[in-house]
Write a protein that binds this ligand. Structure first.
Ligand code: ADP
Ligand code: CP
Length: 319
């Protein structure tokens, strides 16, 4: 029987070496071809996606063009814009392939807002990398110019960092659920969802970018997903990553992952939030499974890092 699967698409499922709109749409076409395999197998597919590179680039464009007549738009609006543009690309890529393959299904993207807490400590500690990778010198020069924070990102270069509060609720959840129950493939919580706080005058956007892995985990939890799959740039999560003694994780229990977190095995802003997101999901849905792997490995999913929270595994571990 078909399973309910929430897939979170990472950066390289959207953008590889060509950041033009056409370049990103070309990458997404290949991504969609792989995702349609899950639909052909009879599964219910729910797609979430990142926007880190795109929202940072858009923010830079806003700042570069900022003038009285053409003012820079705030970060929540940039999240909405990139959620919309990437959602449009994913939706069309999926639908073109569904038509080509004669599959009677349609994909639709939903503008999704996530409620965050205005007292979340993340607002005081910008940590989410966005936009292009820079050298240390370029980052220093950029920081002097725009006053933003820049940090080194998991050995890959320097990037602008912005606050990244945790998503507490997905406001459009009832509509997403309705669409899924009616057979639509939904694209939602894109870019982590547009971050909003609740005020007496209604929801109000805030300057932040929510981590899409946490937003996707929340969505997977709310939808009672059977599988939560995070597709990223590596087939497996590693301990001692990048060192001579690196070791890939295959079947792993959340208790082991918590131990590795306490040993600082996962880089903040890249692998750490993914590992935390699957733990968060499996704590709420202990009989479900989570997988962290690459898009290319989607057909061999179970050779990726498969995470569980089943008591059976815990008993075996303690035996
Ligand atoms: N312990 C680790 N195991 C595997 N990959 C890691 C680890 N620590 C950091 N990484 C890096 O993190 C990357 C995934 O993070 P990132 O590229 O930010 O995610 P996304 O795919 O969502 O854009 C991997 O491709 C890898 O280069
Ligand atoms: N919003 C977000 O987490 O995007 P990336 O996964 O692209 O960094």
């Amino acid at each position: 029987m078909g399973k309910r699967i929430v897939v979170a698409l990472g950066g390289n499922a959207i953008l590889t070496d060509d950041p033009t709109a056409q370049g990103q749409q070309n990458v997404l076409r290949e991504t969609a071809e792989k995702l349609v395999t899950l639909v052909k197998q009879g599964h219910q597919l729910v797609i979430a996606h990142g926007n880190g590179p795109q929202v940072g680039n858009l923010l830079n464009q806003q700042l570069a063009a900022n003038s009285e007549k053409n003012p820079a738009l705030p970060l929540d609006t940039c999240v909405a814009m990139t959620q919309g543009s990437i959602g449009y690309w994913v939706q069309n890529a999926m639908n073109d392939i569904l038509i080509k393959e004669n599959i009677q299904k349609q994909a639709v993207s939903v503008v999704t807002q996530c409620l965050v807490n205005q007292d979340d400590p993340a607002f005081q500690n910008p940590s989410k990398p966005v936009g292009p990778f820079l050298t240390e010198e370029e980052a220093k020069a950029a920081s002097e110019k725009d006053g933003a924070h820049y940090k080194e990102d998991a050995g890959r270069g320097w990037r602008k960092v912005v606050p990244s509060p945790k998503p507490e609720e997905i406001l459009e959840y009832p509509m997403v659920k309705n669409l899924i129950d009616n057979g639509f493939i939904t694209i939602s919580a894109g870019g982590g969802g547009i971050p909003v706080i609740a005020t007496e005058d209604g929801y109000k956007g805030v300057e932040a970018v929510i981590d899409k892995d946490f937003a996707a985990a929340k969505l997977a939890e709310m939808l009672n997903a059977d599988y939560f799959i995070i597709l990223t740039g590596v087939d497996n999560v590693y301990i001692n990553f990048g060192k001579e003694n690196q070791k890939k994780l295959e079947q792993v229990h959340i208790s082991e992952l918590k131990e590795y977190i306490s040993q600082n095995q996962f880089a903040a802003g890249s692998m750490l939030p993914k590992v935390q997101a699957v733990i968060q999901f499996l704590e709420k849905r202990p009989f479900a499974q989570a997988v962290i792997t690459s898009l290319d490995n989607l057909e061999n999913l179970l050779t990726g890092t498969v995470v569980s929270n089943s008591s059976l595994k815990a008993v075996n571990q303690n035996a």
